[in-house]
Design a protein around this ligand. Structure first.
Ligand code: SF4
Length: 188
C-alpha cells in the first residue's frame, strides 16, 4: 500500500469561492511514484514530473497531489474533504497495485486556464504590470507570453494567500515562478 494514512493539518478559506474551504492533508509517506500512472488513467490532469505534482479536477474541486501532501480546493466542508481523501486513498492504492498493467504517462497534460489564474490575481485592474486589466495579464500568463510575475500588488501582505495558491498552481504545471519567500513576499 503506497498511501497508508493521511491527516488534515490545515483548513483555510477557499480563495476562489469564500463559501468553500481549502484543505491541506499530510500523507504518511512519499506518493509521487504513482503520479504518472494516475496521469495515464485520469482525464484532464496537469502533471509536472520534475516538481513531482499532479493536479486532478473532480466535480469542480481542484486536487493537487505532492510527494508528501495533498491540497484540496473549492471543498464544501471537512466532511466532504474526508470523503475526497478516502476516494483518493483508494484510487492511489488501487492504481499503484496495478501499475504493471498501465503505461505511465509523463506528459504535462492540460494547460492552465486564464480564468483560473485571473481569480488568483488582485483584480484591481491597476495596470502596474503594463496590461490594461488583470484578465489581460492572466491571458498572457496562461500563454507563457510574459516572463516573471510583474504584478507588484500581488506581493503585498494583503494577497499573501492568493499568491501562495497561484505559485502552487504555476509550479504544479511547470511554469517558471520567481524565487520568492511565499510568506513574506520578499525576494530571497
Ligand atoms: S499589476 Fe496585477 S493587479 Fe494590477 S492590473 Fe496587473 S495583474 Fe492586475
Amino acid at each position: 500500500m503506497l498511501l497508508r494514512s493521511y491527516e488534515i493539518t490545515r483548513v483555510l478559506p477557499c480563495l476562489a469561492d469564500p463559501e468553500k474551504i481549502r484543505v491541506i492533508a499530510e500523507v504518511s509517506g512519499e506518493i509521487h511514484e504513482v503520479f504518472p500512472y494516475l496521469n495515464a488513467i485520469l482525464k484532464g490532469c496537469i502533471y509536472n514530473h520534475p516538481a513531482m505534482t499532479l493536479t486532478i479536477k473532480k466535480d469542480q474541486k481542484l486536487i493537487t497531489l505532492h510527494a508528501y501532501h495533498i491540497t484540496l480546493a473549492k471543498v464544501e466542508d471537512e466532511k466532504e474533504a474526508e470523503e475526497l481523501l478516502r476516494w483518493l486513498k483508494n484510487l492511489v492504492n488501487e492504481t499503484y497495485e496495478r501499475r504493471s498493467e498501465i503505461e505511465p504517462d509523463y506528459s504535462k497534460g492540460a494547460d492552465l486556464k486564464a480564468l483560473d489564474l485571473y481569480k488568483l490575481l488582485p483584480g484591481t485592474n491597476c495596470k502596474e504590470c503594463g496590461e490594461p486589466a488583470c484578465l489581460a495579464f492572466a491571458v498572457k500568463l496562461a500563454g507563457q507570453e510574459i516572463e516573471g510575475l510583474k504584478c507588484s500588488p500581488l506581493f503585498s501582505d494583503k494577497y499573501q494567500e492568493k499568491r501562495k495558491v497561484l505559485f502552487e498552481l504555476l509550479q504544479a504545471t511547470g511554469y517558471a515562478v520567481p524565487n520568492l519567500s511565499l510568506d513574506s513576499g520578499k525576494k530571497e
